[in-house]
Write a protein that binds this ligand. Structure first.
Ligand code: 8YV
Length: 314
């Protein structure tokens, strides 16, 4: 019987989906270290890992029994895919299952940052609200403005649709390849052109070596001073230190972040800024979404066990 290690507790429907296999669920929510991963790769046929598990090249240097990494999540920047494949492992992910929930969190952050919702909530909770007045806590009216999407994949498109159809926003975008979409949106010739043209920038590109610090000090300097930046991708697609400096220098008006360079560490400088909305990687945090993600990973495991083509090979 194939031995499967699920690296974190998952909703019970997902674990039930693995019935008939020899399943171990690791009883911890702390990401696995390289040493733990190396030991697991030697002991199990299949791993169902997730965000933060240290599947770096170093983990694949020992003896390896494992043949499949069925990742829970669409993003797999914690996996050195080339090293895994060179060691004979296949890698799968969960595209589609995360799209709408992640786009919803992007809109949450856009609205919160534009309309100063976090700041307002802190004021009310802190007993500091002295009453409504006509010029109190004025933010940016988001409807009808221009959104700039960086990375027009599934999630980028879901965000753009919400912006266009729901908020009457103009959509401009940057994507590494030419992209046709079935709603009004303009692909601009460069990243900096998008950074400069939009009132709200949303980062929706994949993480990993190719996009690391793509949003650097220069890209941030191209933004308009009233602009707002939202990141629902991965923390390291942006130079976090450069963001802090740009916010402090007033090169942009605010930010909404769901992801960070060194999760769960959030720089104190960001925590200190009223104009920054901070969420704890909530992109897909809804039970039905986590079940869908898990069942997609299970479907990949089932296909592998049956010797069939993997539905979501990366
Ligand atoms: C996940 C995500 O919940 O699917 C992804 O890539 O970023 C998430 O929202 C988490 O990262 C598990 O992979």
């Amino acid at each position: 019987m194939m031995k499967v290690l699920v690296t974190r507790p998952l909703p019970k429907q997902v674990i039930e989906g693995l019935s008939g296999l020899d399943v171990t669920v690791r009883d911890s929510n702390v990401p696995m270290t390289v040493d733990e991963i190396a030991a697991a790769l030697a002991a199990y046929d299949i791993l169902l890992p997730t965000l933060g598990d240290a599947l770096s090249a170093e983990a694949f240097t020992g003896s390896i029994r494992c043949k499949l990494l069925a990742n829970f999540g669409v993003g797999y920047n914690h996996i050195d895919v080339a090293a895994a494949q060179a060691a004979g492992l296949a890698v799968t992910n969960t595209p589609g299952a995360v799209t709408d929930a992640t786009a919803d969190i992007a809109l949450t952050l856009m609205l919160m940052a534009c309309r100063r919702a976090g700041e307002g909530e802190r004021m009310v909770r802190g007993g500091q609200w002295a009453g409504w007045h006509p010029t109190q806590m004025l933010g940016m009216h988001m409807s009808g403005k221009t959104v700039g999407i960086i990375g027009m994949g599934r999630i980028g498109q879901a965000i753009a649709r919400r912006c266009h159809f729901g908020f009457g926003m103009q959509v401009v975008f940057h994507n590494r390849s030419q992209k046709e979409v079935d709603f009004p949106a303009t692909q601009l010739p460069s990243l900096h052109a998008v950074m400069g043209a939009a009132d709200v920038i949303v980062l929706a590109m994949p993480g990993g070596a190719e996009t690391r610090h793509m949003i650097d000090a220069k890209a941030l300097a191209a933004m308009q001073p009233h602009g707002v930046l939202v990141n629902i991708a991965r923390g390291d697609v942006m130079d976090e230190a450069a963001l802090i400096e740009a916010l402090q220098a007033g090169q942009l008006a605010g930010a909404g972040l769901d992801v960070y360079e060194r999760e769960p560490d959030v720089p104190q400088a960001l925590i200190n800024m009223e104009n920054v909305t901070l969420l704890p990687h909530l992109g897909t945090a809804a039970l039905e979404v986590r079940v869908d993600m898990g069942l997609m990973a299970v479907a990949n495991i089932r296909a592998f066990a049956a010797g069939e083509e993997l539905p979501n090979a990366v």
